[in-house]
Ligand binder design. Structure first.
Ligand code: HAM
Length: 429
């Protein structure tokens, strides 16, 4: 047996129904907000992530799957998707279309992290980016979209952790203040935090070391060091979120693990995820596009960890997604009944009824057992006698009842039964 690669997973049916349903809702909600899908390659030049996510980040420092191709070019399996979207935006001169670009993506990302609950080496993100909008209303609209999406999935009680990390205008003074605060305690920093303090002191605020976290309790706050324009942006965003009823909490030490952020940064955590409780992260990146060689263009976005979303998903949504289409088993009782059964199955599918052809080659009982094993709740049986009488047998596999239905009525009957099930499965208004 060949096992899958450590930290990767096979998503198997029927669980894939849950993933598909989440993605369907995401596409619908994003489209309602004027977003279009972008699909960028999984493989990118390593340089792209070094210049965007940044050398001082854990991702670039130690988590990328990087290799040399036959011509000695360094390639990397994308660890995140914002950099690829920004590269595509610059490469295809999307700015030339004028206006704001609203893009979303759904796809796998790769990070060489130690696998644990909610943390994989291949994981999937559902993300959205708004490129070309600088004002706080764009931040607020993105966050309301996020909450509309979560509401559609049935999440209650989520709240956004929010901070501003300012811009290059105010950050150097803040970094100096952090250095001054931590330097007297440098012997308490482990090797990783010592490197972070040297390369990018902002990263130390993200330290998982409890001793370092204790040192940071009274550390300077970025919010107290914001330049005037960043402060106004931040306060306008808070006002807009309050006006829209989006719950948020200011987290003065939230900095995020990627280097491209400016001003707004945010995360949403979900209970029940254990140590890896960040459901999503995002923020503004007003320098990223120009750092990658494009025109000066602001941007903001988020990425939801879809694996974690599935873990934290409200039970009602999961159950409805798993119920899926619930195919009817079509069982031709003898080989000579197969052409009719195949034709009837196609007719029913044209009406939107899911049909699964099940073989009864080893006898009718065997066919019914096979249908039950597949989870079918209803079966349509066709034999020679039925064909002569122009009926089919509709069998309820749960209640064990059976009824002969005229052939030209079976579609209507199955549709009526499907509607009754869907009504029962819907949440109360
Ligand atoms: P990130 O915080 O690195 O941000 O990742 C976003 C989300 O991806 C996390 O909150 C988490 O749910 C999920 N995630 C990250 N690593 C793993 C893993 N190893 N296993 C499972 N899930 C994981 C970004 O990726 C940015 N590109 C977000 C963004 C978009 N910022 C602006 N636009």
């Amino acid at each position: 047996m060949i096992a899958g690669v450590k930290g990767t997973r096979d998503l198997l049916p029927p669980e894939t129904r849950v993933w598909n349903e989440i993605e369907r809702v995401a596409r619908e909600v994003f489209a309602l907000h004027g977003f279009d899908e972008i699909r960028t390659p999984i493989l990118e030049p390593t340089e792209l992530f070094v210049r965007s996510v940044g050398e001082s980040s854990d991702i670039v420092h130690k988590e990328m799957f990087t290799f040399l191709d036959a011509k000695d070019r360094s390639l990397t399996l994308r660890p995140e998707n914002t950099a690829g979207v920004a590269r595509a935006y610059v490469e295809h001169s999307l700015a030339q279309d004028g206006g704001v670009k609203k893009l979303y993506y759904i796809g796998p990302q790769f990070r060489r992290e130690a696998p644990q609950k909610g943390r994989f080496r291949e994981f999937r993100q559902i993300g959205a980016e708004v490129i070309g909008a600088a004002d706080a209303a764009a931040d607020a609209e993105l966050l309301t979209m996020l909450f509309d999406f979560f509401a559609r999935l049935g999440f209650l009680g989520l709240s956004i952790s929010l901070n501003s990390v300012g811009t290059e205008d105010c950050r150097p003074a803040f970094l100096d203040a952090i250095r001054a605060h931590l330097s007297p305690h440098s012997e308490k920093l482990g090797p990783d935090d010592t490197r972070r303090l040297r390369e990018n002191p902002l990263r130390v605020l993200d330290s998982k070391d409890p001793e370092v976290q204790a040192l940071l309790v009274n550390a300077p706050r970025m919010l107290d060091h914001l330049d005037e324009a960043s402060r106004v942006h931040h306060e306008e965003l808070l006002g807009l979120l309050a006006a829209c009823g989006i719950p948020y909490r200011i987290e003065p030490r939230l900095v995020r693990g990627l280097d491209y952020y400016t001003r707004t940064v945010f995360e949403v955590t979900a209970p029940g995820l254990g140590a890896q409780d960040a459901l999503l992260g995002g923020g503004r990146y007003d320098r990223l596009i120009s750092d990658l060689g494009g025109p000066k263009t602001p941007g903001i976005g988020f990425a939801i960890g879809e694996d974690r979303l599935v873990m934290a998903l409200p039970e009602g949504f999961r159950e409805r997604a798993l119920a899926g289409l619930d195919p009817v088993a079509m069982i031709p009782l003898g080989p000579e009944d197969r052409p009719f059964a195949l034709a009837l199955a196609r007719e029913l599918r044209k009406e939107g009824i899911a049909v699964d052809l099940v073989s009864a080659a080893k006898g009718p009982k065997n066919g019914l057992r096979a249908a039950e094993r597949k989870g079918a709740r209803r079966a349509v049986l066709v034999g020679e006698r039925e064909r002569q009488q122009r009926v089919v047998l509709l069998k309820d596999l749960v209640n064990r009842t059976q009824e002969a239905i005229p052939m030209d009525e079976i579609a209507r009957r199955l549709l009526a039964l499907a509607t009754a099930v869907a009504d029962k499965g819907n949440p109360p208004p």
